[in-house]
Design a protein around this ligand. Sequence first.
Ligand code: F6P
Length: 253
Amino acid sequence: MIQNVQIEGIETIVQADAEQASRTVAQLIADQIGRKGDSVLGLATGGTPVQAYRQLIEMNRRGEVDFSAVTSFNLDEYIGLDGAHPQSFRAFMNEHLFDHVNIDRARTFVPDGCADDVAAHCAKYESMIDAAGGIDLQLLGLGHNGHIAFNEPGSPRDSRTRQVDLTPQTIQQNARFFDSIDEVPCHAITMGIATILAARRIVMLATGKGKAEAVARMLQGPIGEDHPASLLRRHDHVTVVLDNAAAGALHLE
Ligand SMILES: O=P(O)(O)OC[C@H]1O[C@](O)(CO)[C@@H](O)[C@@H]1O
């Protein structure tokens, strides 16, 4: 059964399972593009959004969503992996979305994990987002430790796109995408918390029991940099979409 509740002022949609939650997120993205054909989307990687991207591909095939004028900026990329590396986030986006919809590849942006001058590249990424008019809708996943993009606990709320170190926990979590944990890069480029909070609308998708504690802390715990996702409560247009399992630790009336 679908529940639509306000928690601490955040619209929270709880669906029965990950499939339904992903369908909701795909519909929110399609509605955004329907309202504004040349929307600027902020996109996420990780296991969570894959089903939502699959839904968008189906909707695009059925003519229900048109990506031809969309611009996209991805949240993050591993340092040291170029876009041709199968575990790069550029390759992930090509495989799970861009190769299958009518988006103009020249308007899809992912940070360059092999940039010679990382600081200059990060500053340029910020100015490209500004030049595109800012992000209309930012899709987010949620790390088990509350990270958003690669903003690990302790990341400053005024942070912008920059190079960061990954925590051992995140490296461990993401090892499932690599042949061995030794292949997981220890550093990444990530949009900052302030970059994310500058989006006009934020849609967070979290599914599965493993995210339940992080979800409860995000929505009902103290707001602070030690749980970066809790800072989303400082934004006035966030929608959190969950399945029942991820909503399991919330206190719902
Ligand atoms: O969706 P997953 O695979 O659980 O990952 C959660 C979060 O962790 C990251 O993959 C980074 O470790 C984010 O991109 C994502 O939002």
